[in-house]
Write a protein of this length. Structure first.
Length: 104
């Protein structure tokens, strides 16, 4: 006597889902349109967060470089820490006319 083995409903569901995805895959594939010269935009949330972190880091590094140009030394004298940071911020905020500030 021949016995037929019936697969479990879970196995049948996985098989049906796999076949459905295989048949619809070409509908989602990207075309190789090389006419656009712009780089692809960040589309996934991970890429967006990465781009935001990169931009924020560049902004902070530029701000630190400006403060260092105006006399702030991050590893310098810790006894006068808030004052020398504030002095560098005020100096950076002043318009630079090429004229040295008074008292220097």
């Amino acid at each position: 006597m021949v016995r037929l083995r019936i697969a479990s409903p879970k196995t049948l569901a996985i098989l049906a889902l796999t076949l459905a995805l295989i048949e619809t895959a070409p509908a989602f594939s990207q075309t190789s349109d090389t006419s656009s010269a712009a780089p692809p935009a960040a589309s996934t949330p991970k890429q967006i967060r990465k781009a935001q972190r990169k931009a924020a880091r560049a902004k902070k590094n530029a701000e630190l470089k400006t403060l260092e140009k105006n006399g702030y030394q991050p590893g310098g004298d810790l006894n006068s820490y808030p004052q020398n940071l504030q002095d560098a911020e005020h100096k950076a905020a002043r318009p630079n006319d090429g004229v040295p500030a008074s008292g220097q």
